[in-house]
Design a protein. Structure first.
Ligand code: ADE
Length: 230
């Protein structure tokens, strides 16, 4: 049977999953914990990576290469750029980019390095599954661009930069690196985020207040999707 990887960046992003799955078996590998589990007859491997592009790349690679997962779902929180996104709202990434990747001094676009691409697209089939789950549960969900970087954004100036150069709807710190790994290894992936803040001056305070609740909203939605994934 195919194995589905579900990853987050922080403990709070996977704890709601671990509370609901069954037959949990923890495996220690590469300074991290991986949880094999089952849910509604599906085999899962769940892990949180730690924050940022490097740790999330390591965890995504491990889930695919060591644990043999054939689909990867990312669940977590994000800062909103699109003003339609309010705290607790869900966004699914149709494409992702690295907003802090910058060799523009050599005439390249922000987010581009030779032999790479500015945007990596997520799996359209998994996005359709998400839309069907949203419809079934009468939840509204936005599909848009997610920008990733190794920085917690808490300024309108940086938000503007990311909005102007990438037309991104939300930002976070792991999605695009996971996307690059899955794309390179030809594994379908999906990134879901619930909004915890709006990446402005108040972002730190909002994040502390809303992160746990938003992480739960995202995790519960991901588990609803698992049933419909082959
Ligand atoms: N994840 C949630 N909010 C964020 C922010 N403001 N910046 C980066 N990552 C985030």
């Amino acid at each position: 049977m195919s194995k589905i990887a579900i990853m987050g960046a922080m403990p709070e992003e996977i704890e709601p999953l671990l509370a609901k799955v069954e037959n949990v078996n923890r495996i220690e590998y590469a300074n991290n914990s991986y949880y094999e589990a089952t849910y509604k007859g599906k085999e899962l491997v769940i892990a949180y990576s730690k924050i940022g592009k490097v740790f999330s790349s390591l965890t995504a690679s491990t889930l695919l290469e060591k644990f043999g997962c054939s689909t990867l779902l990312f669940s977590g929180v994000a800062g909103a750029i699109n003003p339609e996104l309010k705290i607790g709202d869900l966004i699914i990434a149709d494409k992702l980019c690295q907003h802090d990747l910058d060799i523009s001094i050599f005439g390249h676009a922000f987010g581009y390095v030779p032999e790479g691409a500015v945007f990596v697209e997520s799996d359209a089939g998994l996005r359709e599954v998400a839309k069907a789950v949203a419809h079934k549960n009468k939840l509204s969900i936005i599909e848009g661009t997610i920008a990733t970087g190794d920085q917690f954004v808490a300024s309108n100036e940086r938000k503007e930069f990311i909005s102007t150069h990438f037309q991104a709807d939300a930002l976070e710190m792991e999605g695009a690196s996971v996307a690059v790994i899955c794309d390179a290894l030809n594994v379908p992936f999906f990134v879901l985020r619930a909004i915890s803040d709006t990446a402005n001056d108040d972002a730190g305070v909002d994040f502390d207040e809303f992160m746990i609740g938003s992480a739960k909203i995202s995790a519960n939605f991901i588990l609803d999707m698992v049933e419909s994934i082959e």
